[in-house]
Design a protein around this ligand. Structure first.
Ligand code: ADP
Length: 382
C-alpha cells in the first residue's frame, strides 16, 4: 500500500491505496488548518480540531495509518514547486529535501508545507521511503522560447524568473489515459478546469506549453484568480485604492476570476444555476471564462503544429456539458456530437466529438493515483 499525501497551505488531503488494483483503503481531508474551524474528515467521520497547528494535524493523520502499518511500503508526496531541479518524481534524500526547500521562495506557502509534510513522515516512519511528485516536473520539457518572459534576461539568470507551469501531475495523467482512449494522440490540448485552471499542449507525451506561469496566477480565468492581466493595472490600483502590492496580489489570487466578475461566487456549478435564473453577471463570468479558454486552445495549435485531440478534465471539465459546448462553440474546426454528448454520464470518460472534428474527449483526472504509481515504481527500483 502507498500513502499519498498532499500538504497544502491550509489543507491536507490524503489517501491510502494499492496502486495496482487502484483500491483506496483510507481517504480524508483536513481543512481550515490554523483557524478555529479546522477539522479532519475521513471515512465519513468528522473531527473538529480548533486551533490545532499544522504539525499536530499531520501527526493525527499519520496516526490513522497504524492499522495498516505492516502493509505500507512507501509515502508519495505532492510537491508544488520543483524549480529547475526536477523533471521527474524523485526519492527524497537530504539533497532532494534541500532542493525542495530552496524552492520555497518560488511557492512560499506550498513548498514550506510540502517540506514539513516530508520531514514529519520521515520522523514518524524512518524506515519507509518518501517520494516527491512535482506539479512543475511535467513542464520541464517546455522550450526556452515558451518559458521565458520578455523581460531583461538577467532576471532569469539571477532570480529564476520564468514560467514554470503547474497541474503537471493531472496533465500527465490525462495524456497517458488518452493513449488508451484515442487512436490519434500525438498532439493533445488538455484543459484542466477546476478551482484552479490551466491548459497544456502535449506533443508526443511531452508538455510543450502551458498557461500557468511563474505562479498559478497566469493564464485562464479561474474560480478566484484573474489569470492574464496587464501588470500596469497594479500601480494604478495602488494609487487609487491605497492598497499595497501584497494586498493587490491577494485580490488577483483570491477575489478575482469568476468570483470577481460575478460578485456571487467562484463556484461554476452555482454560477450556471444563477445564469439560468437570469443573472447577467453570472452569465458574463461564464462567457469570459469560456472565451479566454478557447483563445488559449486555439493558440496551442502553434506549438503542436495542429491538434489531434482536445481533452477536458477537472471538476468543471469533467462535469459541465454547458461549459464544454460553449468553449467548443468558439473553436473553428472543432465540433461536438450533441447526441453523444447528451448521453455521456457526469464524471465519466468518453469521446464527444463529431466525425469531421479532431477528437474531443472527457477524461477524469486522478492525481493521487499517478502519485501512488510513481511512488510504487520508484520504491520497487530501490
Ligand atoms: P480543485 O481545483 O479544488 O480540485 P475541482 O477539480 O474539484 O477543484 O473543481 C471544482 C469546480 O468544479 C467548481 O467550480 C465546481 O463548481 C465545478 N463543478 C463540479 N461539478 C460541476 C457541475 N456538475 N457543473 C458545473 N461545475 C461543476
Amino acid at each position: 500500500m502507498i500513502f499519498v499525501i498532499n500538504c497544502g497551505s491550509s489543507s491536507i488531503k490524503f489517501q491510502l491505496m494499492d496502486p495496482s488494483s487502484e483500491k483506496v483503503y483510507l481517504k480524508g481531508l483536513a481543512e481550515n488548518i490554523g483557524s478555529n474551524r479546522s477539522l479532519i474528515q475521513y471515512e465519513g467521520k468528522q473531527e473538529l480540531v480548533p486551533d490545532m497547528d499544522y504539525q499536530g494535524i499531520l501527526s493525527k493523520i499519520l496516526a490513522l495509518l497504524s492499522p495498516f502499518h505492516k502493509d505500507l511500503t512507501a509515502i508519495g508526496h505532492r510537491v508544488v514547486h520543483g524549480g529547475e531541479y526536477f523533471s521527474e518524481s524523485a526519492l527524497v534524500t537530504q539533497d532532494v529535501l534541500d532542493k525542495i526547500k530552496s524552492c520555497i521562495p518560488l511557492a512560499p506557502l506550498h513548498n514550506s508545507a510540502n517540506a514539513l509534510g516530508i520531514e514529519t513522515c520521515i520522523k514518524t516512519f524512518p524506515k519507509l521511503p518518501n517520494i516527491a511528485v512535482f506539479d512543475t516536473a511535467f513542464h520541464a520539457s517546455l522550450p526556452k522560447h515558451a518559458y521565458l518572459y520578455a523581460i531583461p534576461y538577467q532576471y532569469y539568470t539571477k532570480y529564476h524568473i520564468r514560467r514554470y507551469g503547474f497541474h503537471g501531475t493531472s496533465h500527465r495523467f490525462v495524456a497517458d489515459a488518452a493513449k488508451d482512449l484515442l487512436t490519434m494522440h500525438s498532439k493533445l490540448i488538455i484543459a484542466h478546469l477546476g478551482n484552479g485552471a490551466s491548459v497544456c499542449a502535449v506533443k508526443d507525451g511531452k508538455s510543450v506549453d502551458t498557461s500557468m506561469g511563474f505562479t498559478p496566477l497566469e493564464g485562464l480565468i479561474m474560480g478566484t484568480r484573474s489569470g492574464d492581466i496587464d501588470t500596469a493595472v497594479l500601480p494604478m490600483l495602488a494609487k487609487k485604492t491605497g492598497k499595497s502590492l501584497d494586498q493587490l496580489l491577494e485580490m488577483l489570487n483570491k477575489q478575482s476570476g469568476l468570483e470577481g466578475i460575478s460578485e456571487i461566487s467562484g463556484d461554476m456549478r452555482l454560477l450556471e444555476e444563477k445564469a439560468e435564473q437570469g443573472d447577467h453577471q453570472a452569465s458574463l463570468a461564464i462567457e469570459m471564462f469560456c472565451y479566454r479558454l478557447a483563445k488559449y486552445i486555439a493558440s496551442y495549435q502553434v506549438p503542436l503544429g495542429g491538434c489531434d485531440a482536445l481533452l477536458f478534465t477537472g471538476g468543471i471539465g469533467e462535469n459541465s456539458s454547458t461549459i464544454r459546448e460553449k468553449v467548443v462553440g468558439y473553436l473553428p474546426h472543432f465540433t461536438i456530437d450533441t447526441s453523444i454528448h447528451a448521453k455521456l454520464k457526469r464524471g465519466a470518460s468518453g469521446i464527444i466529438s463529431a466525425k469531421d472534428s479532431p477528437f474531443i474527449a472527457v477524461i477524469p483526472t486522478n492525481e493521487e493515483l499517478l502519485i501512488a504509481k510513481d511512488t510504487d515504481r520508484i520504491q520497487k527500483s530501490l
